[in-house]
Design a binder for this molecule. Sequence first.
Ligand code: HEC
Ligand code: HEC
Length: 240
Amino acid sequence: MNMRQLSLLAMAVFGFSACSQQAPGSIAGGPAELANMGEVYFKGYGCVKCHAIGGEGGTYAPDLTMVGFRKSSPWLDRWLKNPHAWRDKTVMPNFHLPDNVRHAMVAYLSEQKGQAWGKNRPWNAPAFMKDPLARGHEIFDMAGCDTCHGKGGQGGYPNNNVVGGLIPSLTMVAEGYTRNELLRKIEFGVVSTPADPSKPAPLLRMPPWGQVLDKSEIGAVASYVLSLDKNAAKQSQSDF
Ligand code: HEC
Ligand code: HEC
């Protein structure tokens, strides 16, 4: 922790602030300050016991280094309010976070678009560069495809206002898509059509991965997705 983070922590813990003259409810220093505060809370509340960002933290739960790319702020806010309301069987605890803490964490998490890894993305380790399928699997897990499509692409993750209420599993993709169609889908993403146009649009979408992954990364993850097969997925029901 640097000095700035320490002083933010002191503000959080002791409830005083250098900006206490400001009107109540105003955000000290604006969005950057809010995100800094969120980082302090993220560590202070023990989120790091389960989650890692930029290689620091636990590996039990999804890596959050790219969470701000794949998940929108409104969804993050909803998830942190009560994870079980979105996915009843999730093992992530409900922290009953105060609003100001939740807002700061959402600001911090929304900024996480992969930059915390710098040039050392985990799937670029030499062992993975020799094995495109293993590299694709690592991208699937670390870029967070599994946070929507499930471990091994087996599905089971909810979305609001879509037919069937679930994000598609990927174990049948090899039957429905050519490799080129698949590459395009991953590169450009898809916005799902609402099941009921009069209700709020789905909060989760297939992200346009071409914005954060290069062609070789997209190629590797596509190879992994094409290798998924329905029967193999059935055997590995292990969830987070
Ligand atoms: C006991 C372990 C645990 C702790 C502690 C924990 N989480 Fe989680 N979290 C999970 C698991 C497991 C998931 C995956 C959800 C699922 O599969 O149902 C998750 C999912 C998430 C997601 C969505 C991930 C994504 O990539 O889409 C976010 C955001 C998140 N957690 C943030 C937090 C924050 C912020 C804290 C601290 C306040 C926290 N978590 C504490 C276990 C944990
Ligand atoms: C934020 C959630 C989310 C994440 C993360 C995500 N996807 Fe998707 N994906 C979706 C949704 C939603 C759809 C369905 C889109 C639609 O309505 O057609 C989809 C569709 C797809 C499809 C087409 C499936 C079909 O049956 O038509 C493929 C392939 C796919 N995703 C691969 C990936 C890969 C590879 C990654 C990681 C690099 C990834 N997805 C990450 C939400 C996500």
